[in-house]
Design a protein around this ligand. Structure first.
Ligand code: SIN
Length: 449
């Protein structure tokens, strides 16, 4: 099968003619669904069409709340229904590739025997779909227990049931799977696979074939599940913000300076313990000035400046107000409103371009623990969109006020958000579609928590 990459005008690099089924492998409670959901979110953020097919959801159509016996291989009825669920999921996955031009599907299931993995491969081969097996192998009792707790409180399989009974049944279910589980081994050297042992402690990779597969593998290698948060802040109000100008490399205003001084306390109250943070800024003066008191605080936080965190480059419009842009480049002004995500400023960047340059930042964030990023409106929108799964049509229009610290905490199946306002006034730089207003009051803003 041919894989090629086509450069499109203004919409970045697109992967075409590639169809990969990522086949999850592993016992229950090994974080497979979490991994699947993260990969889909990451690919969607990069505009790669991806979807999860969860065999458990198909099984629930006939057997919504099975007990552990259902998963015993001696239970013939259970075996038949489980195979039917896998059949239905794979058939839907194949249809999705055909009808919706899908690029990466994730088959989220245990696929715990060699026979089952062979069967999935045959189905995919017959439909020109590459297979990438991702096994999550984890014998760390603590991690497994954490997962069992999560499942018993969130799985529809145990909805409305006593938590202790649910946990006991789920452990018995795992035992039934253990009786037949075969880890991927030497006999399966012809498969393309990644084995993640104890969530990234050891990674074994076999026969990765192309660019997109290696990109998924690289992402998987960077994942960890140690508890952590990410803090996001825009720079303090700048002199350009006061004048309604975009871009540039202006100093922060006196109110921006107040925010910079308030930031160490705001951060301390949102951290709540003595965790060590690392500060990331862009290379522009307004973010460095905003972070300087935080960097000098007795906590001794490390600080890094990233070019990749610089604001979206507005090319020939750098230093203009929105009214000036509308007067000088009316067609561009309209084109940007029509498709803000893809519109690339003359001699500058689009949101899509910014996402592409932020990919190494996301990779580094996945590898890291507690990071505070002081950056710019468009860049912050793109990072926020990754964590909160915000669609491309919405992300460039999100309201992200000045003088507000956003704390994001990744949880098993979502990201928790809390906003901390500094109560230091600032202009609003939010511009709604069609408007050229210098400063606007926030509209439809997120609620502060
Ligand atoms: C399930 O029915 O919950 C999962 C089936 C499987 O992947 O083994």
């Amino acid at each position: 099968m041919t894989t090629y990459y086509k450069k499109t005008n203004g919409t970045g690099v697109q992967v075409e003619d590639t169809r990969i089924a990522v086949i999850m492998v592993g016992l229950p409670a090994r974080g497979k669904s979490l991994i699947a959901q993260k990969v889909v979110r990451y690919l969607a953020w990069l505009s790669i069409k991806a979807k999860t097919f969860n065999v458990g959801s198909y099984r629930r159509a006939d057997t919504p709340q099975p007990t552990a016996d259902f998963f015993d291989t001696a239970n013939k009825d259970g075996e038949r229904l489980r195979h039917a669920a896998a059949e239905a999921a794979v058939a839907d996955m194949v249809r999705w590739f055909e009808r919706e031009s899908g690029v990466v599907a994730i088959l989220d299931a245990t696929n715990s025997t060699k026979a089952r993995r062979r069967w999935v491969k045959q189905r995919c081969d017959a439909n020109n779909i590459e297979t990438l097996y991702v096994e999550s192998k984890c014998d760390n009792e603590e991690l497994v227990m954490q997962n069992i707790m999560e499942v018993k409180t969130t799985s529809p399989d145990y909805k409305g049931q006593d938590p202790e009974t649910a946990a006991k049944d789920f452990r018995n279910r795992i035992r039934n799977y253990e009786k037949v589980y075969q880890t991927i081994d030497e006999d399966e050297k012809d498969l393309t696979y990644v084995k993640l042992i104890d969530v990234g402690n050891q990674v074994i990779i076999n026969a990765i074939k192309d660019y997109l597969q290696s990109r998924v593998v690289y992402y998987l290698m960077n994942l960890h599940i140690r508890p952590r948060s990410i803090w996001l802040s825009r720079h303090g109000e700048s002199n350009f913000n006061l004048e309604g100008k975009i871009g540039g490399d202006a100093d922060i205003s006196p109110r921006g300076e107040m925010y910079a001084k308030a930031l160490p306390d705001l951060v301390a109250s949102s951290v709540g313990d003595d965790r060590q943070l690392t500060i990331w800024t862009s290379t522009l003066k307004r973010t460095i000035q905003t972070a300087r008191y935080l960097a000098a605080s007795p906590k001794g936080y490390d600080k890094l400046e990233w070019k990749a965190l610089d604001e979206l480059d507005s090319g020939v419009c750098d230093g203009l107000t929105y009214q000036e842009i509308a007067d000088r480049y009316p067609e561009d002004f309209k084109a940007r409103d029509d498709d803000k995500y893809n519109y690339r400023y003359r001699g500058g960047e689009s949101y899509r371009d910014v996402v592409i340059r932020l990919e190494p930042i996301i990779m580094e964030l996945e590898r890291s623990e507690n990071i505070i990023i002081v950056t710019h409106q468009a860049v912050l929108r793109c990072i926020y969109a990754y964590y909160m799964n915000v669609p491309q049509e919405q992300s460039p229009w999100m309201e992200v006020p000045l003088h507000t610290l956003i704390k994001l905490t990744p949880r098993a199946y979502s990201t928790e958000e809390v906003r901390f306002k500094a109560n230091i006034p600032a202009v609003s730089t939010f511009r709604s579609k069609g408007s050229t207003a210098k400063h606007q009051e926030p509209e439809n803003g997120h609620k502060d928590h």
